[in-house]
Structures are given as C-alpha cells and as structure tokens.
Design a protein around this ligand. Structure first.
Ligand code: BGC
Length: 420
C-alpha cells in the first residue's frame, strides 16, 4: 500500500451539527480543490461564502490543473505525510480507493439529519457511499459530451448549427479550415485528448460499445474495427487543431472559441462556466450541443470527500460543509455558475439556461435508453491505473503519426497489463 493509514476515529456520534460537543468549536475546513479558472473560481467562491456565512472558517487550498491530476498528486503526498486536508474534491472510484485505505470520515449522521437517501439519486449515492456509509457528498452533474461553438464563425461557412453526426462534423471542419478558420480549439494535455476520445467512442460506437470498451474493458470491444474507426476520427480531429495546441489549458481553448480564434471546442460543461463568467449569452454569443451520439450522456459528478482529521473545529467544519453542499439553495447557486446541473433531486431548473435544461432533459432520456454512462476521462468509470493506461495510448496516438491499427493493439496490451 502506498498510503499510510491515517485513521483517527472521532469516537463521537453526532446527530446534528450543533451538538454540545462542538458548541465551542469554530467550524474550520481546509478545502483542497482544482477550481481555479474564471468560471470555476466563481463557483467555489459561492461555496466559501455560504460556509463563512454559517460561521465557518475556510482555508483555501487550490491546486491549478484541469481535471485535477495535479491536485491528486498533492493529495497523495499530504496524506502520506500525515497531513490530510479536511475536505477534498474527489470523485468516482477514487472515493472507493481512499475509503479502502481507511482515509475517509463517515458522514452518516449528517446524511440522516438531512435525508440524503431521499434527495440524492440512487446512482450517485452508490458513488458517495463506501460499504453503505456516506463518505462523500455530490456537488453537481457535469455532462462531458458537448460541443461549444462560435456562431459567427460557423455562419462564415454557411452553418447555423452544430453538427449532429461525425461526418457532418468533419465536413464542417474541412470548410472552416478552407476558410482559414481553426475548426477545433484544443489543449494538448492527456485528459483533454481523453475527453475528445471518449465522446468519439460514444458517438461512433454507441452507448453499448462505450460501456463494453471503456467501463467493462471488454477485449473484443477494445480490439475492434469500431475502435480503429475511433482512432481514425481522432487523427482527423488532430488535423483540425492549431499549431500551438500542446500544453494549452482547457479554459484558454474555451477563450479561443469565445474570442473568435477557433470555431468549436469539445469539452464538458465547465466550459459553459467560462462563457458565463465572461458575460456571454448561450444561444447568442455561443452555441451548445451534444457531440454526435444516439441518446448518449457521459456524466461526471464532482464531489467532496472528508478525510480523517482530528480536532473538534475541523470535524465540525466537515459536517457543516457536507450539509451545505447537499442543500437545495447551494446546489442551485453553485451549478448556475459552474455550468453543471444539480446533483440533488427536485432543485428547480427555472433559473437555468437552455444548455442546462437540455442537459437535464437528455439525462432523463439517456437513462431510459441505457445511454447514461460514466466518463472515463474524468475518473468516473475506472480506477486510476486503468484509465491511466487508456489515456496514455490515446495521447501517444494523438501526438504522433501512429496508425489506428497500432493504437488499437497498444490499447489492448496496455489495458491487459493494467488489469493484472
Ligand atoms: C471537473 C470539473 C472541472 C474540470 C476542469 C473536471 O474533471 O469535474 O469540475 O471544472 O475538470 O478542471
């Protein structure tokens, strides 16, 4: 085990936040997160404000870096040195991994007091619980499979909407390129390559294929002509990005679409948070549409896990934060800024824009059609060593002249090795 176990049992059963044990403790929480872009910072500031308004002391520990790779490295070293932050942005199977290490505090008392079993959708409860105990709280539901487009640039080549098939996507991109417009804004970082890749897997293979290939890691699906076609499409997309793409942060790619330097970005709806933070209006200044697929929806739920810490003030801080996060008001305020939709059931959607309303409607239809699927690129589908094996191949292919045949055989091999 690469982690030192830091189980510090509180030994105190709490039924409400204001119990006598913590009456004098100032709720304090060090919050480790990676929300540092314009839209993200606005959203996390809303949480901080709520927390402080309830008497909490917020200790901010941001670690810049899209999708949280850098934050997870910091987390590992903090826990190893016996200095875990109280609250950590953590998601998907990583929650289970840390819980298995005995690193997470259980939140059952807050869950019972706040009726989480009734207000959190069962599929999300499963991610937040370890062996039946709540160890994390969900903030939102982000959708990953989106295209963000600049309508003025599309209009220059006679398009008034976002393509609905990958063939149309390529045809439009070719036209844009011929007109001297960069078709795709992209940042060459492994997680961004993987974000595009999984939308292509979903689109070309369909939801069932996505499930087999990127969730079940089925050999036949990985080693298939469909997967070859996915890499062919990735090669095409590689041809649609500008020369300066390597290493670019995702929000700078979003800014290219915003500023008319590129026509489209394939990115989760945290990109919408950037447009909104810059005062842009959906449907007018920018367009949102799902990447081409048949009833697919790749979800990515941000959440916070509370790590075992000692001190009444910190434990009170964790409980206050957990209660706030699942609260109806917070779920509305935060998600209006973040670009996502609430993870809590029953939050009114009337203040949300059309992109968010579409996300909610598509989520329901995808669920009915079996197309509601966890994002591999954003740590919802697989444990880190497995998704890491896939992402490495995707990036190696994107950044070289590797053939699709070669990429498929490397993918099969890498997954095989990682499974052992
Ligand atoms: C997170 C989002 C975040 C994005 C870019 C995703 O994995 O779920 O909350 O905005 O990465 O950092």
């Amino acid at each position: 085990m690469y982690l030192r176990k830091t189980i510090l049992a509180t030994g105190v059963a709490l039924s409400a936040l204001a119990t006598a044990s913590f009456a004098h403790a100032e709720p304090t929480a060090e919050v480790l997160h990676w929300w540092t872009s314009g839209g993200e910072a606005k959203a996390v500031a809303a949480l901080k404000e709520d927390f402080e308004a309830k008497g909490g002391k917020w200790v901010d520990s941001p670690v810049a870096g899209g999708a949280g790779d850098a934050a997870m490295t910091v987390l590992r070293s903090r826990v190893l040195s016996g200095d875990a932050p109280a609250a950590v942005q953590l998601k998907g199977p990583a929650i289970q991994e840390w819980a298995e290490e005995g690193a997470l505090a259980d939140l059952n008392d807050v869950a019972a007091a706040e009726n989480w079993d009734d207000v959190i959708p069962p599929a999300i409860q499963d991610v937040m619980k370890y062996e039946g105990d709540y160890v994390a709280v969900p903030v939102n539901i982000h959708r990953v499979d989106w295209i963000w487009a600049n309508p003025t640039l599309l209009a220059k080549v006679g398009a008034d909407s976002v393509p609905t098939t990958w063939d149309e996507f390529n045809a439009l991109a070719d036209k844009l390129q011929a007109a001297g417009i960069t078709p795709v804004a992209h940042g060459g970082q492994p997680w961004q390559d993987a974000t595009i890749f999984e939308t292509v897997v979903l689109g070309l293979g369909g939801p069932e294929f996505y499930q087999e290939a990127l969730v079940d890691l089925d050999d036949d699906a990985l080693n298939s002509d469909t997967m070859k076609a996915v890499f062919d499409q990735m090669r095409k997309i590689r041809g649609y990005v500008d020369a300066d793409f390597p290493g670019r942060d995702w929000n700078l790619a979003t800014a290219m679409v915003m500023n008319g330097d590129a026509a489209m970005q394939i990115m989760g709806d945290w990109a919408k948070g950037e447009f909104l933070a810059a005062g842009k209006v959906p449907g007018k200044d920018f367009l949102c549409a799902p990447t081409p697929s048949e009833n697919g929806y790749l979800f990515n739920t941000d959440s916070f896990a509370m790590f075992n810490v000692s001190g009444d003030d910190k434990i009170a801080g964790q409980k206050l934060l957990a209660e706030l996060i699942v609260g109806e008001k917070f779920q509305e305020t935060f998600n209006l800024l973040k670009g996502s939709i609430p993870a809590r059931l029953g939050v009114p959607m009337d203040k949300f824009d059309d992109c968010a309303k579409k996300s909610e409607a598509d989520l329901k239809s995808a669920q009915d059609a079996g197309g509601f699927l966890p994002s591999m690129a954003h740590g919802m589908a697989l444990r880190g060593h497995l998704s890491g094996a896939i992402v490495d191949v995707v990036t190696a292919h994107f950044n070289s002249d590797m053939t699709s045949d070669e990429a498929v055989s490397r993918l099969v091999e890498a997954v095989e090795l990682a499974k052992d």
